[in-house]
Design a protein around this ligand. Structure first.
Ligand code: NDP
Length: 244
């Protein structure tokens, strides 16, 4: 199956490192004009040095008003990947209001903010666009220390369904992917401890964690015309974790 994004402009958030960087590179390889938004300038500099035709924009998507302005100034997009997120895992009894506010702000509020700006332009320009939200298996199953993170991803799944419902009539498709553990910087922070990792692996039928490329493959498919009737799904990329 050949997927091409030739002539398409695609915005990827959190593209400085990890899964977002992988998605941005694969979209570029498939011919997309990619705009990579992320927080840390040095990560973006290294992406731009490796792929000079990927445009990079340093932005804290947690800053609501600035984000709205910056994304608006970037013009129209044919596709959007809402990937930027933070994971600050705490035991339930220690969950703090400031961590809750920070995680909801970046993992959920910023997705609504950015998607509104991008979707309005798609509608204005009559673009049958596609949006993928990067959620998590943690949205659907209880994981120790994941109270707030899981809640933000469950909210993101819900936002995905409502966006699919309300943007579908404009020809805009909105889907989510729900990966298992991927050993990015975020993954390493939570899952480097072999005791925790083995406990998680024992619940994954394929008995391994995922790769960045396995997430980017699914994202590119959902963004592409090959998924033209797929709208509002939450696709596990989890080796069977949620099924087991
Ligand atoms: P990383 O922490 O490795 O990368 C996250 C990226 O998001 C970084 O480039 C980071 O910027 C960017 N980012 C974070 N906060 C902001 C912000 N306020 N403004 C702009 N950019 C921001 O995480 P992953 O690549 O692992 O995660 C990517 C997505 O996948 C997330 O949505 C995550 O929840 C999800 N996911 C990850 C899993 C895993 O095990 N890794 C499992 C399931 C889902 P920078 O570092 O440049 O500052």
């Amino acid at each position: 199956m050949k997927i091409s994004f030739e002539g398409k402009r695609v915005l990827v958030t959190g593209a400085g490192q990890g899964i977002g960087r992988g998605i941005a590179i694969e979209l570029w390889k498939a011919g997309a004009k990619v705009v990579a938004v992320s927080r840390t300038q040095s990560h973006l500099d290294s992406l731009h040095a490796q792929y000079p035709s990927i445009d990079v924009v340093a932005l804290d998507v947690g800053d609501y008003d600035k984000t709205r302005q910056v994304i608006d100034d970037l013009g129209h997009f044919d596709a959007l990947v809402n990937n930027a997120a933070i994971a600050n895992c705490q035991p339930f009894l220690e969950c703090s209001p400031d961590v809750f506010d920070r995680m909801v702000n970046i993992n959920v509020k910023s997705v609504i903010n950015i998607s509104q700006v991008v979707a309005r332009k798609m509608i204005e320009k009559k673009i049958a666009g596609a949006i993928v939200n990067v959620s998590s298996q943690a949205s659907k199953k209880a994981l120790k220390n994941h109270t707030i993170y899981g809640a933000t991803k469950a909210a993101l799944d819900s936002v995905t369904r409502t966006m699919a419902l309300e943007l579908g009539p404009y020809g805009i498709r909105v889907n989510a992917v729900n990966p298992t553990v991927i050993m990015t910087e975020m993954g390493k922070t939570e899952w480097s401890d072999p005791i925790k990792a083995n406990a998680m692996l024992s619940r994954i039928p394929l008995d391994r964690f995922g790769e960045v490329s396995e997430v980017s493959d699914a994202v590119l498919y959902l963004l592409s015309d090959k998924a033209s009737m797929i709208n509002g799904v939450e696709l596990p990329i989890d080796g069977g974790f949620l099924a087991a």
